[in-house]
Design a protein around this ligand. Structure first.
Ligand code: AHG
Ligand code: MN
Ligand code: MN
Length: 341
């Protein structure tokens, strides 16, 4: 039984078409594109649920017991999104974490005005151990929406503030889809018996401050002085009981981000001396998460304190240090950076 925290019974499709209807010029194209993407997400959710049964776990060797080549679940998810999105006539190009180059829309399909960038399966180290993983996506409009040609690298390398929609799924105890098109953040939960995502939380807002910090502390000694000092501070008991913060780290960014969004606190993937730009990808992870977080009243910055959404990408697989969460926690982090700079 779904717990629905809204008064209306609304599917994701209905929600998107209602949001679009506020624009007199809307043609229904955006809604149709999101319908294709939602279908892909449902198929991936189904395949994730069947992963152990279907012999498609992430870390299997390349051949199964039948001597057939086995694809990793992240590559299967990548194919599903491509096959759902290449022929709709809405996209002019795609970029995926799993493809070295841009993904062209094959001929003879129509080239549309939208661009899709995605991380087909986030949390690869958790695929085999039944821990939450997810899919992350962002949608942009091409620079000249009247063109009917292939999208270019310049079309894809737009700063995050140009996103027109972003979202992610968590394939966890239930499958949730978190979505924004710049009108707040809504959470949908998949009901497998009906095959629909239902709106379950409307216009979620992150608490001003949280009780959780989330970081791979195994990298502690590789971090900068100010980040180490901030983490030590979060662990230090305070007389008002606000600290120590509790530590939570799943190692799937979708899961760590989702908890941060709902409960507040801070998620960090800092730079380290051997990875000056951290690990996470600007296009497929940091930008969509930052758009969603800002829409929920939170903040997202890099280690230099720059707003993630203002960063101009120079390559599609660019990495960035990433700090995201409650505004009160991000402000506190910034004060540590200032103190130690
Ligand atoms: P992906 O599985 O898409 O490659 O992303 C993995 C990322 C992200 O999900 C997570 O936050 C991070 O890797 C964990 O990295 P560490 O193991 O270094 O903590
Ligand atoms: Mn990822
Ligand atoms: Mn991935």
């Amino acid at each position: 039984m779904l717990t629905i925290n809204t008064t209306k019974l609304v599917t994701i499709e209905r929600h998107i078409s209602e949001e679009q209807s506020i624009y007199p010029s809307a043609t229904g194209e955006f809604t149709a594109m999101l319908r294709d993407l939602t279908l892909a997400l449902k198929i991936i959710a189904r395949d994730v649920r069947r992963a152990g049964l279907n012999d498609i776990l992430g870390m299997t060797t390349n051949t199964n017991v039948h001597g057939e080549t086995v694809k990793r679940l992240d590559l299967i998810s990548n194919d599903i999104i491509f096959r759902a999105m290449d022929h709709g006539g809405h996209l002019c190009v795609m970029a995926s974490e799993e493809n070295e180059e841009l993904i062209a829309i094959p001929d003879p399909y129509t080239k549309g005005k939208y661009i899709l960038v995605f991380d087909p399966l986030d949390g690869s180290s958790n695929i085999d151990v039944n821990v939450t993983i997810g899919t992350i996506f962002a949608i942009y409009q091409r620079l000249d929406p009247t063109l009917k040609t292939d999208g270019t690298m310049q079309d894809v390398l737009q700063p995050g503030y140009k996103q027109i929609a972003a979202g992610y799924t968590c394939y966890g105890s239930s499958t949730t889809l978190v979505y924004t098109s710049g009108h707040g953040v809504d959470v949908f939960t998949f009901d497998p018996s009906i095959g629909e995502f239902f709106l379950t939380f409307e216009k979620v807002k992150i608490p001003y401050k949280g009780k959780y910090y989330s970081v791979n502390e195994g990298n502690f000694h590789k971090m900068s002085r100010s980040i180490k000092a901030y983490i030590e501070y979060l662990k230090l008991p305070s007389s008002d009981g606000v600290r120590p913060y509790s530590s939570r780290y799943v190692g799937s960014a979708v899961a760590d981000f989702h908890r941060t969004l709902r409960y507040g606190g801070i998620f960090m993937y800092p730079s380290s001396f051997d990875a000056p730009n951290g690990k996470l990808r600007l296009l497929y992870e940091a930008n969509p998460f930052s758009f969603i977080m800002e829409q929920a009243g939170g903040m997202a910055i890099d280690e230099q304190g720059a707003r993630i959404l203002d960063k101009i990408p120079t390559s599609i697989h660019q990495r960035t240090s990433f700090f995201v969460g409650s505004p009160g926690d991000i402000e506190e982090l910034v004060s540590f950076k200032e103190l130690y700079s």
